[in-house]
Design a protein around this ligand. Structure first.
Ligand code: G
Ligand code: G
Ligand code: MN
Ligand code: NA
Length: 250
């Protein structure tokens, strides 16, 4: 396949780059972390979205070396940010399942000097759907070392809530489909409030994704969420712009 070869060559030639989107703490409205989102700088097609190449990278297994690069680069970037700012990295189920994943995370931390406590791994419930025991063990190992684990896109799957019993997540990221209507619809707001309350009783932080407007922010704040992320604050931006943004916050 042409695209597969192109992906492989792009990895070899250093054509992937990381953009970052701020995670904002609602207790003081300050940026407390960044989510790393990979892009492919294609010579003809411009900046290609991961939605277009991550599925192929997963099918071909290229997600393993690509994911390792993402982890290493995100840790290197974050090590240069002002103290306390963490970095969140999306982890594909295939990557997590791969033997040596935990070693790769440790190597990325050691190579960058980033403390484990400043790294968050974002996984979706599909990670717990298959190969449960091995995946759980890997996650437990990393968590014991101080790495934090977030459940991404919470509420979009079939059994998100039951997974909260199977693994001690540090954070729930409530999918952006819930915020879309919450300023206008009491039901959407009530669901966010219920998830926040569930999180509080389990000792899990809650973040609402996809906040785009001030009324949405006000609604999410009223429901008690701890953190937010979305275009209202910033779209994902290149690493150099993010470094400047963080410097300006201090
Ligand atoms: O940034 P954007 O909204 O275009 O991302 C689209 C999708 O790609 C999101 O679901 C996001 O989680 C995923 N994604 C972005 N970067 C990475 C990455 O480094 N690894 C994996 N596995 N998924 C990613
Ligand atoms: O699946 P995951 O949550 O990792 O996906 C992150 C994706 O969500 C990124 O591709 C990012 O561009 C997108 N995103 C971030 N903030 C917003 C937002 O406020 N609105 C919408 N529609 N998408 C967003
Ligand atoms: Mn994510
Ligand atoms: Na998400």
């Amino acid at each position: 396949l042409v695209l597969e070869r192109e992906l492989r060559e792009a990895l070899r030639d250093g054509l992937f780059e990381l953009h970052y989107q701020p995670l904002v703490d609602l207790s003081d409205d300050r940026i407390k972390g960044m989510e790393a989102l990979v892009r492919w700088r294609h010579p003809e097609r411009g900046l290609v979205s991961p939605a277009l190449f991550i599925p192929l990278a997963e099918e071909t297994g290229l997600i393993v070396p690509l994911g390792a690069w993402v982890l290493a680069q995100a840790c290197r970037d974050a090590a240069g940010w002002p103290g306390g700012i963490s970095v969140a990295v999306n982890v594909s189920p295939i990557q997590l399942r791969h033997r040596g994943f935990a070693q790769g995370v440790l190597a990325a931390l050691a190579g960058s000097g980033l403390p484990a406590t400043r790294l968050e791994l974002e996984i979706t419930e599909s990670v717990l759907l298959d190969d449960t025991e091995a995946n759980l063990e890997t996650l437990h190992t990393l968590r014991r070392l101080g790495v934090r684990i977030s459940m991404d896109d919470f509420g979009t799957g079939y059994s998100s809530i039951s997974y909260l019993r199977r693994f001690p997540f540090d954070k729930i990221k409530i999918d952006r489909s819930f915020v879309r209507d919450c300023a206008a619809s009491p039901d959407a707001g009530a669901i966010i409030r219920a998830i926040v309350s569930l999180g509080e009783s389990l000792g899990i932080t809650t973040l609402v994704e996809g906040v785009e407007t001030e009324p949405q922010l006000a609604a999410v704040r009223a429901e008690g969420a701890r953190e937010v992320q979305g275009f209202l604050f910033s779209p994902p931006r290149p690493a150099d712009e993010i470094a400047a943004l963080l410097a300006a916050q201090d």
